[in-house]
Design a protein around this ligand. Structure first.
Ligand code: ADP
Ligand code: MG
Ligand code: MG
Length: 883
């Protein structure tokens, strides 16, 4: 096997299609080199090597050493420099790069190849020796941190002291001599903390760094990141070894990061930051305040330091042309890293840029309208679940706000919550159901779990491309970064802003769209559904096959769902209507009645209430199919508990209270979810379903009379296991329908069907379909009954199950395709065999989960049903599944 892939100097052993092998960074470096962009030469050690490294007990096979030597010769040949040669030393960077970008991974090591001899050589051949010593001190510091894992605070301290001694503020003020002294101190620190001298052999340096990159694949941070992002552990990472170019060679040198479009808003314009006379991550580390890329951005921000467009117009021009070229080449918005060495531009990275949901939407629609991609590609470009961010409220611009301070609008959306100052507290509070805002001076990969747990993130330092900003945008968390007026003392759990104090637990609101930070909670408004969102939805609707309905039981929910594009109701649960205060006494009266007459008396009181419930819903959904599920929950759930509740029932019925209590005790169940519920209620007390069916058909007639258009009721019998159960219940429903239609002198089309939520029902679907005109897969219960796991009790162990890979995802969130999915596929097939035109749908939480929707498309269901806010997500996911 070949483990090394070269790039640069007219050679590209790989390309953008090789991400699995070369990692994203390596594949794109090779691609950029192959399309003629200026990329410093280098080579990529493939992910296959990482896998092998772990297979062989973290050792390198001998053949790889030869391959690496060849790779180095390739770089030496192009640059004319020699690795480890004091006369003309080649320096390299060692960069990790997995298939997908992973902020939890090892940091890059720059300037590798410097030692006490080569630094002198480099200084001798450079116009300004300062740059050689700056590079060496950076190298030792980075190597000590990421490879040797020594306490980097000590190195920073030494640097601070070196500056303070001279009364300096910036690193750039240190002279060559100052830096030479600092290097000596750094080497002493390495000796002290590591017990050995800093490695002088450049090959030891290289293998140390390569080993550290592979080692970082199994670091805790990386594991957490993989878990949160569903990244398999066996992918491995690649390592890129690349000739250094120097942004720290003086005033005509610089380093920067850019997006080809605004990653927050999606606005079509270059967006980025750069720093003159700087290297690597100086821009994102917040050491100096970076300068804007474009003149327009600088002016808009009212900032003084020249933009790159103004300071280096020629290089900027070349950079801008490169942005356009890369966007056209990759047909997507790019996130780019570059360095300018003495007025020469070098490209160091490109990848599809992370973006907010809003930006994803705008960029997809814009690019389709620009003709860069097709409408169908645009539909595929937006992550359905990311729409969630856009469908939720933002701050009401007219609501009063008590503005504390303003930072940078780093990630949009608004959030309110209690202030916490560290990630662990954030995680704990969130686990208790509290909304928290994580406040940090700046964030680092160690904070990721807290950022995930928080509703929003606020930092005092860092720009638009800081760690906090990038990670928050990726997670869809609102973030305000670089709120410089905040003085945060995390250990005392307090922050100050002017003369105001905010303590842990105080409520703050952040607005990631404006950067405002407010004391207290601020009112919100509903999102805008027209514009780009509307356009994309139209494109999605053109390609999707699956219909999308909603789970709704109130007229309000129905209206919201229709605005979001629901095409009917997939599940209207009737029990919620029974819990209402005005009705619960009648419900209890019905349950506790001793005989049918007593039950009927109570049901007579409930009938008009149900009838008006249904009429209101039918009015909103007129012309659309409405699946109404007859009473499902265990009677147990409706039983009175408090003395006063028993008294209410006693008064209503005239039955002795002690007798009622005895009856309630009789109805107690040990395992109500497998007890007297679903169609078992209808089988034992048919009058309940009879009343509900009458109410449905009366309401349907009411609406038909009033509006001239009839609704399409689909009466659904829950928890059926056998054909006979459904047959009995269908008789009840059909009889009620016949009676109502005779009374009203009109007929309304309706269907009777069942939920498939028990394994037996799935297996016997062929027989059940003789009675059922539709199946709706009730995947919440079907998951519980198939896995034998109670959803309400699963929290205690399910996360461990997912962690240990027993289930790939939480099966209550995303369908267990292998198990539950097989039952669904089988039931669909057997149902269709009996009744070819049987309607098939899915209700339950899974109906709004994109992965589950893809599965529904695969088995050819007719529709999915999701809660109102997830309807657009389902529409988009259904479209993507069809493409
Ligand atoms: P990350 O994955 O964290 O972005 P990178 O490998 O991209 O890490 O390295 C971070 C930064 O280091 C780059 O943006 C670039 O500024 C600098 N860098 C990396 N390799 C080189 C190089 N060969 N020459 C100059 N700078 C480099
Ligand atoms: Mg990094
Ligand atoms: Mg990078």
């Amino acid at each position: 096997t070949q483990y090394i892939y070269r790039f640069g100097g007219g050679v590209s052993d790989g390309g953008k299609g090789d991400k699995n092998l070369l990692g994203g960074k390596g594949a794109n470096l090779a691609e950029m080199a192959s399309i003629g962009l200026p990329v410093p030469p280098g080579f990529t050690i493939s992910t296959a090597m990482c896998t092998r490294y772990y297979d062989e007990g973290q050792a390198f096979p001998a053949s790889v050493r030869d391959e690496v030597a060849n790779g180095l010769r390739h770089v030496e040949g192009i640059t004319g420099k020699v690795f480890g040669d004091p006369a003309n030393p080649l320096l390299v960077s060692v960069r990790s790069g997995a298939r997908v970008s992973m902020p939890g991974m090892m940091d890059t090591v720059l300037n590798l190849g410097l030692n006490d001899a080569t630094v002198e050589g480099l200084a001798a051949i450079s116009a300004d020796p300062r740059f050689a010593w700056d590079s060496y001190r950076r190298f030792i510091q980075m190597y000590a941190d990421v490879v040797l894992e020594l306490d980097h605070g000590r190195f920073e301290e030494a640097l601070e002291i070196a500056k303070e001694d001279q009364g300096f503020y910036l690193d750039t003020e240190l002279s060559a001599d100052d830096l030479r002294k600092l290097v000596a101190e750094y080497k002493a620190l390495v000796q002290e903390l590591w017990g050995k001298p800093f490695p002088q052999d450049v090959h030891d340096q290289l293998w140390g760094a390569v080993g550290a990159v592979f080692g970082s694949w199994q670091s805790e941070r990386a594991k957490v990141y993989r878990r949160l992002n569903d990244i398999p552990g066996d992918w491995g990472t690649a390592v890129n070894v690349q000739a250094m170019v120097f942004g720290n060679m003086g005033e005509t040198s610089a380093t920067g990061v850019a997006f080809t479009r605004d990653p927050s808003t999606g606005e079509n314009g270059y967006y980025g930051e750069f720093l003159i006379n700087a290297q690597g991550e100086d821009v994102v580390a917040g050491i100096r305040t970076p300068q804007y890329l474009t003149k327009a951005a600088r002016e808009a921000a009212g900032a003084k330091p020249a933009s790159m467009e103004e300071a280096m117009p020629q290089v900027y021009g070349e950079l801008a042309r490169t942005f356009d070229l890369l966007e056209r080449h990759y047909r997507d918005m790019q996130d780019i890293e570059f360095t300018v060495e003495q007025a020469k531009l070098w490209m160091l990275q490109t990848r599809s840029g992370k973006r907010t949901a809003k930006a994803a939407l705008k960029i997809a629609v814009d690019m389709a309208e620009e003709g860069l991609i097709t409408e169908e590609e645009a539909v595929l470009r937006v992550e359905p679940s990311a729409l969630d961010q856009l469908l939720h409220p933002t701050l009401d611009p007219d609501a009063p706000r008590d503005v504390l301070t303003k930072g940078l609008p780093a990630s949009p959306g608004a959030a309110s919550g209690k202030v916490v100052f560290d990630a662990d507290t954030a995680e704990r509070a969130a686990a208790n159901g509290e909304a928290v805002i994580l406040v940090r001076v700046e964030t680092s990969p160690e904070d990721i779990h807290g950022m995930h747990a928080a509703k929003g993130i606020l930092t005092a330092r860092g720009g638009m491309t800081s760690h906090a900003a990038v990670v928050a945008r990726g997670m869809g968390r609102p973030c305000v970064s670089g709120a410089g007026t905040l003085s945060i003392v995390a250990k005392d759990k307090i922050m100050r802003c002017g003369d105001r104090e905010i303590r842990e637990g105080d409520i703050l609101t952040i607005d990631g769209a404006t950067g405002q930070v407010m004391v207290g909670a601020v009112a919100t408004i509903q999102p805008e559904l027209a514009g780009d969102f509307g356009t994309l939805m139209v494109w999605a609707d053109k390609v999707r096959r699956l219909r999308v309905r909603t789970n709704a039981e109130t007229p309000d929910d129905c209206r919201t769902a229709r605005e979001f594009g629901a095409e009917g109701i997939g599940l209207c649960r009737t029990e919620h209507m029974f819990f209402e205060a005005s009705r619960i006494t009648s419900v209890r009266q019905m349950i506790l009645a001793e005989n049918e007459a007593g039950r009927r008396a109570a049901l007579d009181k409930l009938l008009p209430e149900q009838r008006s419930d249904f009429a209101e819903i039918f009015e909103v959904m007129v012309g659309l199919p409405c699946t109404i599920r007859l009473l499902d929950p265990p009677l147990h759930e409706f039983l009175p508990h408090e003395e006063a509740e028993f008294e209410d029932v006693a008064t209503a019925t005239g039955i002795d209270i002690e007798k009622l209590k005895r009856r309630a005790a009789e109805l107690h169940e040990f395992n109500p979810m497998l007890g007297h519920r679903g169609c078992r209620l209808g089988v034992t007390y048919p009058e309940i379903y009879e009343m509900q069916a009458r109410a449905i058909f009366m309401a349907a007639c009411d609406v038909a009379e009033k509006s001239g258009e009839a609704p399409v009721p689909e009466v659904m019998i829950p928890l059926v296991a056998t054909r006979r159960e459904l047959e009995l219940m269908k008789l009840v429903v059909d009889k009620a329908a016949g009676e109502v239609f005779a009374e009203r002198g009109r007929t309304i089309e309706y269907l009777v069907g069942t939920m498939i939520e028990l394994p037996r029902a799935a297996l016997k679907a062929g027989e059940i379909a003789e009675q059922a005109e539709f199946f709706s897969f009730g995947t919440n219960d079907l998951t519980q009954t198939t896995l034998g796991v109670s959803r309400d009790d699963a929290a205690r162990f399910l996360s461990v199950y997912v962690e240990k890979g027993i289930y790939a995802r939480d099966p209550f969130v995303s369908i267990d395709v292998e198990g539950v999915g097989e039952l669904i596929a089988l039931a669909a097939e057997r149902g269709r065999a009996t009744r070819p035109d049987i309607k098939l749908g899915i209700c339950g939480e899974h109906g709004g989960d994109p992965a589950s929707i893809a599965f529904c498309e695969q088995v050819g269901l007719d529709y999915v049903s999701a809660s109102p806010y997830r309807v657009p997500i389902a529409r988009l996911a259904a479209a993507q599944a069809a493409l």
